[in-house]
Design a protein around this ligand. Structure first.
Ligand code: 7PM
Length: 282
């Protein structure tokens, strides 16, 4: 049997192509001090490059590089700290690998320097709401991912509340996407993400995943991140290192409900799981 390839969206990520005619995995590369140590307390660039190479070999279509931990309750790093973490990694990866690179940041200065170093997508957990972020992203001309969050990373899990979580997340994402379009970002270069775990209870997260089509109906591409998250841990009562199979189950549901990019730590298993989900169809 031959399967005719359906035409689908293709993103131009600063000269690198991201083909979303099928769902893809975005490999997570955290470049915070607690990841890729040199054995002591220093960040190791070679270790980060090795991990990136492994994720690409396992089938990641894009890597997401983040230098500001968004762990619930966490404080923000300084701008200089974030630049020092992110920019050398983007530079090193852009020189070595052909895949598009995403930068997980909400700071205009980091967006600018990362894109100059070769990054081709801006992934912003604040959905370009922070001062200067929207204008900068529009000027840089790369695709953007807009994520919903209630509150801030410091406080978001204290007591998340919604009248109707799906309607509220949908309306927020629609408004942010419209703001992007008004600033000149093409509709086709906008990705939306409901932000699993960002100011949501387990019930909120499950409802959002089950009703992802309500957000897909806005007509933008969907990106989701569920990998190893506390929602998986809460369902299974398992620590972070035992959440792979649960994460795959959630990724499969997300693809079935329309997700085009799945942000994940465990690339090979996620690639296989979503390929099967996609082949079965919706
Ligand atoms: C600690 C707790 C460290 C949580 C990191 C996290 C998303 C994201 C993150 C997401 C988009 C994680 C999160 N999550 N960007 N950045 N969507 N677009 O679990 O779900 O990776 S950080």
């Amino acid at each position: 049997m031959t399967t005719a390839r359906q035409p689908g969206p293709i993103l131009d990520c600063n000269g690198r192509t991201l083909d979303l005619s099928v769902p893809r995995v975005m490999g997570i590369l955290n470049v915070t001090p607690d990841s890729f140590s040199d054995g002591g307390r220093f960040f190791s660039l070679p270790a980060a490059i090795d991990h990136a190479a492994k994720m690409i070999e396992e089938g990641a279509a894009i890597l997401d590089i983040g230098g500001a931990s968004t762990r619930p309750g966490s404080a923000e790093p300084s701008l200089q700290e974030e630049l020092d973490r992110v920019v050398p990694v983007v530079e090193a990866l852009a020189a070595r690998f052909p895949v598009p690179l995403s930068v997980d940041t909400y700071r205009p200065e980091v967006m600018r320097e990362a894109v100059a170093a070769g990054a081709g997508l801006i992934n912003d957990i604040y959905a370009l709401t922070r001062p200067g972020a929207l204008a900068t992203a529009a000027e840089l001309g790369v695709p953007v991912c807009l994520m919903h969050m209630q509150g801030t990373p410091r406080t978001m899990q204290d007591n998340p509340q919604y009248d109707d979580v799906v309607a509220e997340v949908r309306d927020f994402l629609r408004a942010r996407a419209q703001a992007c379009e008004a600033a000149g970002i093409p509709r086709a270069a906008i990705l939306l993400d409901p932000g699993f775990g960002f100011g949501k209870t387990l019930e909120h997260n499950c409802r959002l995943l089950r009703e992802l089509r309500a957000i897909e109906a806005l007509g933008y591409l969907l990106l989701i991140g569920v990998s190893r998250k506390s929602m998986i841990g809460a369902i299974l009562n398992k620590p972070v290192e035992q959440r792979l199979y649960g994460s795959l189950a959630a990724a499969v549901v997300a693809v079935r409900e329309g997700a085009r990019i799945v942000r994940a730590h465990d690339v090979r298993p996620t690639v296989d799981a979503i390929a099967v989900a996609h082949a079965i169809g919706r």
